[in-house]
Write a protein that binds this ligand. Structure first.
Ligand code: PXL
Length: 260
C-alpha cells in the first residue's frame, strides 16, 4: 500500500514553505500527500505581508473529512495560527494512532507571527505532549524551554526541559548556530548529534518545513525515528546546496533533493 502522509499547516503562495513545501517533499520521498490548511500567508521570497487565519471549524472539518476516509501513516503540523485552531486540533489528534511530527512554527522570519501569544500557551499544553517528535529551531527551543539556547551544550539542556513537556523525542535544529549546523536529537534515553558544515546560502526559506516533512515521509514509510531523521538530514543538506535560486529575496530550497 502507498504510504500516506498529512500536513496540517499554512499556505505559502510562493511555494517555498508551509503546505506547498510539505507536499513537494512528501512527493519527492514517494509518499502520497494530503493537507489541512490552517491559514493563508500573503508572501513572496521578500517577506510575509499578511497572515489570514481560517475559521477553526473549517480547519477541523478538513481534518475530520480526511480521517474518516483516508487514515494517514504519519502526520506533521506546521503553522497553526490561533488558540481556537490549536484547541480543535488537539481534541482530534489526541486520539491519533499515527506518529505526529510537530514543527513548533511561531514566527515567520520577516512579517507577522504564525502562532499568536494565546495559541502558544495552549499549544505547549495540548499539542506538544502528543508529538512523537518535536522539531524546534534554536529560537523556538528557547521559547519552549525558557533558557538561552546558543550552543550544543545548551541545546542538550533545552532538549531535556522540552522532553519533560511530554513529547516522545525532540530534535533541536542547529541551522542558526555559529559554526557547524549540528542538530541534537534526544529521546529521553540518549542524545544523537547530527553535525553538518554550515552552508552559506541566501536561499533557506522553508528549510524547517521541508526537513520536518521529510522526517514525516520517512516515518510514513515505516522507518524508525533515528533512520528517518538521518535520511531527512541528508535530504535537507542536499536541498539547501541545490537551491534553484528562485525569487528576488530568500528563495526556496530544492524540494527534489540536490538535483536542480
Ligand atoms: O518556515 C516557517 C513557515 C511555515 N509555514 C508558513 C510560512 C513559514 C515562513 O514564512 O510562511 C506558511
Amino acid at each position: 500500500m502507498k504510504p500516506i502522509a498529512l500536513t496540517i499547516a499554512g499556505s505559502d503562495p510562493s511555494g517555498g514553505a508551509g503546505i506547498q513545501a510539505d507536499l513537494k517533499t512528501f512527493h519527492h520521498h514517494g509518499v502520497y500527500g494530503m493537507s489541512v490548511i490552517t491559514l493563508l500567508t500573503i508572501q513572496n521570497t521578500l517577506g510575509v505581508k499578511e497572515v489570514i487565519t481560517l475559521d477553526a471549524a473549517n480547519v477541523a472539518a478538513q481534518l475530520d473529512a480526511i480521517l474518516e476516509d483516508i487514515p494517514p501513516h504519519a502526520v506533521k503540523t506546521g503553522a497553526l495560527g490561533n488558540a481556537r485552531i490549536v484547541e480543535k486540533l488537539a481534541m482530534r489528534l489526541c486520539a491519533a494512532r499515527f506518529p505526529l511530527v510537530v514543527d513548533p512554527v511561531m514566527d515567520s522570519s520577516a512579517g507577522p507571527p504564525l502562532m499568536d501569544e494565546n495559541a502558544r500557551i495552549i499549544f505547549k499544553e495540548k499539542i506538544v505532549p502528543l508529538a512523537a517528535l518535536l522539531t524546534p529551531n534554536l529560537k523556538e527551543a528557547q521559547i519552549l524551554s525558557g533558557i538561552k539556547v546558543e550552543d550544543v551544550a545548551s541545546m542538550k539542556e533545552a532538549a531535556r526541559i522540552i522532553l519533560a513537556l511530554g513529547p516522545k523525542a525532540v530534535l533541536i535544529k542547529g541551522g542558526h548556530l555559529e559554526g557547524d549546523a549540528t542538530d541534537v536529537l534526544y529521546d529521553g534515553a540518549s542524545f544523537h548529534l547530527f553535525p553538518s558544515k554550515h552552508i552559506e546560502s541566501r536561499h533557506t526559506h522553508g528549510t524547517g518545513c521541508a526537513f520536518s516533512a521529510a522526517i514525516t515521509a520517512e516515518l510514513a514509510k515505516g522507518a524508525d525515528l533515528l533512520k528517518a531523521v538521518r535520511t531527512a538530514k541528508e535530504f535537507i543538506t542536499a536541498a539547501i546546496l541545490g537551491s534553484p535560486g528562485i525569487g528576488r529575496g530568500t528563495g526556496p530550497v530544492n524540494h527534489h533533493g540536490g538535483k536542480k
